[in-house]
Design a protein around this ligand. Structure first.
Ligand code: ATP
Length: 654
């Protein structure tokens, strides 16, 4: 009956603690009581002179610690009306005294006053004065116990506050500041993700399955003299399944798994991060074979010596990183601690971290291809009730550029939309609405827009649509809408083709498509509006990358100022001279100006098409591919053939 025993133990401990508190309180009361109850009555020097000394009632005086004169009254005065209350309270026994006290300035002045008052007294009538030193035990004890007790209470309070903020291990309280805050997943508390839950990512899965084999049976590899890798770093854009992969490894390898985020090492005090790293590896070594997973490792593994502007922050991160490097070198290759790490920014990491012997293996994940998207959809639609209209191939084609996390979100949102309309099953239209909603935001039909503004929006979007339709290098246009969604008032939707490379013509056509909205406003209304902000931002950034990064500009030449190491991310210094900077600015202006003129020419030539499309937009708010084809004719190039149906990736917005 173990529970019974525990139940018995707990109250006993409380009772014992309770007795200690009671004892301390009684002891304090006993010490304080005489001082509180028997404290003599305070009187003035004049009262003492008139009512006591002149009546020869004073037995003796004790001057204590040169501060207080304690007065004893003769027993003969016990029945005197004036002294009765003090000497013989309520007619009881005579109190031995002292009966009164006077606070004196100094013993010399007190003595002078006393002599003056007794100058007419006989020698035998004079009062004897003695000087005594008395220790104030109560005051002394209290003066050091109270601060100590207060401090202990304060520490306890802060300690509790820390634990209530922290996670499983009590969090960053004042007593475990340097302890690792990693969460441990073991047999009782383990991940349930398997490799079947990770769709696509075939190459990555092969590598990760190998890690599982290393952990399950290291001898199979070491037998031939091979060394087991110490670390694997997974690099990829957000939501591509890095954490998911690691969870699958942890589950399938059946080993303890310490999970921590890189940012948990970084504290405001130098040395805390390093101490947490030490503590984490110490704990891991106790549980070998095991996995340490450091998510967002860039928070701690950023290149050293960079970002000199924030020296304090740097010191802490550097010392943490150094400790991490040492620990990864420290345990033997076959010691059974495997470090897995994930990041979105491998370019920011310190090269020392990435060298063989530390993170020996690098796995690069990318946004899923159409086939991978199909597989991810299959995983996430499994728990949904679908009707026969849902086609996974179609959904995969609709979502270029979406990550695994986006797809998981789309599936969930589609189910929510279906539930909201009280449908029995989730339909294809629910998925379409979910995609629109996730990419562009929630439809805001209630937003009040004046007819004049609506007209401008229609022409702006028609401008984008006409230009992108007529230029063959722009991604295929599939839908134009002037229904406000999220922050945008209207949008043109494209189906991006999955290019690995882009040439000058493609870049230039994209600039023109981006400027289409503003140009249309200028041609039709003779004025421009602030609605082109988002377009201009995209166009400017793209033009700068063309000139300064990709070497597309003849004047700048084949020079790239792109910094893949991220060294200048926080620096104010540009990697080029003031003069080059001016040339870059000028070339960007020329490039955008040229694209603007080209777009203007195109739209003036096709003004009637622009007007027809804008009028159609004003009438029906959303114009799909079929209407576009009817108004604008067949699209140049063969790109339209690739479009499976109305597809979605919002490009330009107003
Ligand atoms: P971040 O870099 O932002 O931390 P991440 O790459 O670690 O992102 P995960 O946390 O692994 O992303 O993925 C988020 C969610 O996306 C997962 O819980 C899962 O539902 C879904 N997901 C991502 N990739 C896949 C995939 N390949 N197969 C199935 N689901 C996926």
């Amino acid at each position: 009956m173990p529970e019974q025993n525990n139940a018995d133990k707990k109250p006993k401990r409380t009772i014992r603690v309770g007795w200690i508190y009671l004892f301390i309180t009684i002891a304090l009361l006993v010490m304080l009581l005489p001082t509180l109850l028997l404290s003599p009555k305070e009187i003035t020097l004049q009262e003492f002179d008139r009512k006591m000394l002149s009546r020869h009632a004073v037995e003796k005086i004790d001057v204590v610690n040169n501060e207080t004169a304690e007065i004893y009254i003769k027993k003969d005065f016990a029945n005197d009306a004036f002294f009765k209350d003090v000497l013989k309270p309520e007619g009881g026994i005579i109190v031995p005294g002292p009966h009164y006290k006077i606070t004196i300035g100094s013993p010399e002045s007190f003595e002078r006053n006393l002599d003056e008052a007794q100058k007419d007294f006989q020698d035998n009538e004079k009062v004897s004065v003695s000087y005594i030193k008395r220790k104030n035990w109560v005051g002394d004890v209290l003066s050091w116990t109270i601060p100590v007790v207060l401090m202990l209470l304060m520490f306890r309070y802060i300690g509790r506050m820390g634990s209530s903020m922290g996670g499983k291990e009590g969090g960053p309280s004042i007593f475990n500041f340097g302890r690792s805050t990693a969460t441990l997943f073991d047999k009782e508390n383990k991940s349930t993700v398997t490799f079947d839950d990770v769709a696509g990512l075939e190459e990555a899965k092969v590598e990760m399955k190998e890690i599982v084999d290393f952990l399950k049976d290291p001898n199979a590899f070491t037998r031939l003299g091979a060394k087991i890798p110490k670390g694997v770093i997974i690099v990829g854009p957000p939501g591509t399944g890095k954490t998911l992969l690691v969870k699958a490894v942890a589950n399938e390898a059946q080993v303890p798994f310490f999970s921590i985020s890189g940012s948990e090492f970084v504290e405001m005090f130098v040395g805390v991060g390093a101490s947490r790293v030490r503590d984490l590896f110490r704990k891991a070594k106790e549980k070998t074979p095991c996995i340490i997973f450091i998510d967002e490792i860039d928070a701690v593994g950023r290149s050293r010596g960079k970002n000199t502007l924030y020296q304090g922050v740097n010191d802490e991160r550097e010392s943490t990183l150094n400790q991490l490097l040492t620990e990864m070198d420290g345990f033997g290759t076959n010691s059974g601690v495997m470090v897995l790490a994930a990041t979105n920014r491998a370019d920011m990491l310190d090269p020392a971290l990435l060298r063989p012997g530390r993170f020996d293996r690098h796995i690069y994940l990318e946004l899923p291809s159409v086939i991978e998207r199909k597989a991810i959809f299959k995983v996430h639609i499994k728990p949904l009730l679908l009707d026969e209209t849902v086609d996974v191939d179609f959904l995969a084609a609709q979502t270029p550029g979406s990550s695994g996390a986006d797809i998981a979100n789309i599936c969930n949102e589609a189910a929510l939309i279906a539930a909201r309309r009280k449908a029995e099953k989730v339909s294809r239209q629910d998925f379409m609405n979910a995609i629109d909603r996730i990419i562009a935001g929630v439809e805001r039909k209630s937003k009040i827009i004046s007819p004049d503004e609506k007209k401008i929006i229609a022409y702006h979007e028609a401008g984008h649509a006409v230009v992108s339709w007529l230029l063959k290098n722009v991604d295929p246009l599939v839908k134009v809408s002037i229904v406000p969604r999220g922050k945008s008032l209207g949008a043109a939707w494209y189906l991006p083709e999955e290019h690995q490379l882009r040439n000058t013509a493609q870049f230039t056509d994209m600039l023109c498509a981006g400027l289409g909205g503003r140009v249309a406003e200028e041609i039709i209304f003779g004025d421009i509006t602030s609605g082109a902000l988002d377009d201009l931002e995209k166009v400017t950034k793209q033009a700068y990358t063309m000139v300064a990064f990709y070497g597309f500009n003849k004047t700048i030449g084949n020079i790239s100022f792109y910094d893949s190491s991220g060294e200048n991310e926080f620096g104010f210094q540009k990697p080029y001279s003031e003069e080059t900077s001016k040339i870059i600015d000028e070339e960007v202006r020329l490039l955008v100006g040229k694209a603007y003129e080209q777009t203007k020419k195109l739209l003036i030539e096709n003004k009637s098409k622009l007007t027809t499309l804008a009028e159609r937009l004003l009438k029906q708010e959303v114009v799909l591919k079929e209407d576009l084809e009817e108004i604008l004719g067949k699209r140049p190039g063969n790109t339209t053939e690739n479009i499976k149906e109305e597809a979605v990736k919002m490009g330009t917005t107003l």
